[in-house]
Design a protein around this ligand. Structure first.
Ligand code: 13P
Ligand code: SF4
Length: 354
């Protein structure tokens, strides 16, 4: 069946060059001391994604903040009493924090930290997609702008996408999905839901190569293959575990395998090593036949975050997230539905069946 509204293949989003912060021990210690004092003065808490630098992840934990996937980042920031939320991640994560906490100051080390999925889904084109299918509920991935979330019926993250889609499917709804075609395709396969898919993709996960992964797996027969569902179908098909960043870390901690091949951003290795010291972690290949990788298992936008920029923002101000109130209030409704669903599901109040 071809959709009534043609969804063109999205233009390839060119990521920025990879520029990672490099610090020696003396500068790292000095920056952390300064940042900790400034955070105290400004009643700030740091919420960092697993793909950010080890320094930011450590700092978040040392200061009572959190390091997590995007679902938990949203939950933690919302529940924490601090007046300032520092979000180390990409822009949609900062926007989500502001949408849920309009009374708080939300700042980021670098506001130019984008995401290829967010960039591939302009709000006006998404609205036209929804207008063309008024009989469908729209479900968008958290990796979207505030304006897209404001137009959507539901927001989901990778950690809860399949459960929410399954629930909506069981309620008899037909769906529109945006923007990640691979995650959408995966969710459609495992839930059987009727979904029309936007054609965005993640520049990092799309680069993983199934043929090279097969070879690596053959060389490491005791390894379990862990895959984030933003990866292509052929890569997901080789996975022992498919899941959000938190779910993949949990797999390293709980599975008996001594080795893991990991198809997601290698920033996650910092937490995986801490969760399961001694286990061997291998990057899933982004090279091999047909290699096109420009970001090679590391997100260049996530890499824009660093201690120097964080110290500068706390010292000089700026880099605050602002969202027009009408958009914010509408986006809050669709994000809150996800948080409420997650809480109800955890409490056993939602039965999804098989
Ligand atoms: P998680 O919600 O699994 O952390 O994913 C966010 C993301 O951007 C993955 O590329
Ligand atoms: Fe976006 Fe991909 Fe970077 Fe995640 S890894 S923030 S999906 S570009």
């Amino acid at each position: 069946m071809s959709p009534a509204f043609p969804i063109p293949v999205r233009p390839v989003i060119q990521p920025p060059p990879m520029v990672e912060e490099v610090l020696d021990d003396a500068e790292r210690t000095a920056l952390k001391t300064r940042i900790k004092a400034l955070m105290k003065q400004q009643d700030a808490v740091l919420v960092a994604h697993y793909y950010t630098s080890a320094d930011l992840q450590d700092l978040a934990e040392e200061t009572g903040g959190c390091v997590s996937d995007s679902l938990e980042m949203a939950r933690f920031g919302h529940a924490h009493p601090a007046k300032t939320l520092i979000v180390a991640g990409v822009k949609f994560m900062g926007e989500t924090a502001k949408i849920l906490n309009p009374e708080k100051r939300v700042i980021m080390p670098d506001l130019a930290a984008e995401c290829s999925l967010d960039l591939a889904c302009p709000a006006d084109e998404f609205a036209a997609f929804c207008d063309a299918h008024p009989d469908r509920l729209s479900v968008v991935y958290a990796n979207t702008s505030a304006a897209v979330k404001a137009r959507a019926d539901w927001v989901v993250t990778s950690g809860i996408a399949a459960k929410i889609v399954k629930y909506l499917h069981q309620q008899g709804h037909k769906l529109l999905w945006a923007p990640d075609r691979h995650l959408g395709d995966y969710v459609q396969r495992i839930t059987g839901a009727d979904m029309l898919l936007w054609q965005g993709s993640c520049v990092v996960h799309e680069a993983f190569k199934a043929d090279a992964l097969k070879k690596l797996r053959a060389e490491h027969p005791n390894a379990a293959v862990l895959v984030h569902p933003e990866s292509p179908e052929a890569v997901i098909a080789l996975a022992d575990v498919v899941g959000s960043t938190t779910q993949l870390i949990e797999a390293v901690r709980t599975l008996p395998n001594p080795e893991f091949i990991v198809a997601t951003d290698n920033g996650i290795f910092h937490k995986m090593h801490a969760a399961a010291p001694g286990k061997i972690l291998l990057e899933a290949p982004t090279a091999g036949e047909g290699a096109t990788c420009v970001s090679c298992a590391h997100c260049p936008w996530m890499a824009m975050n660093g201690l120097r920029k964080l110290a500068a923002v706390l010292e000089n101000g700026g880099n605050e997230i602002h969202i027009e109130e009408g958009i914010r209030a509408r986006a809050a409704v669709s994000i809150q539905k996800m948080l409420d669903f997650a809480a109800a599901e955890k409490a056993g109040q939602i039965q999804l069946g098989d």
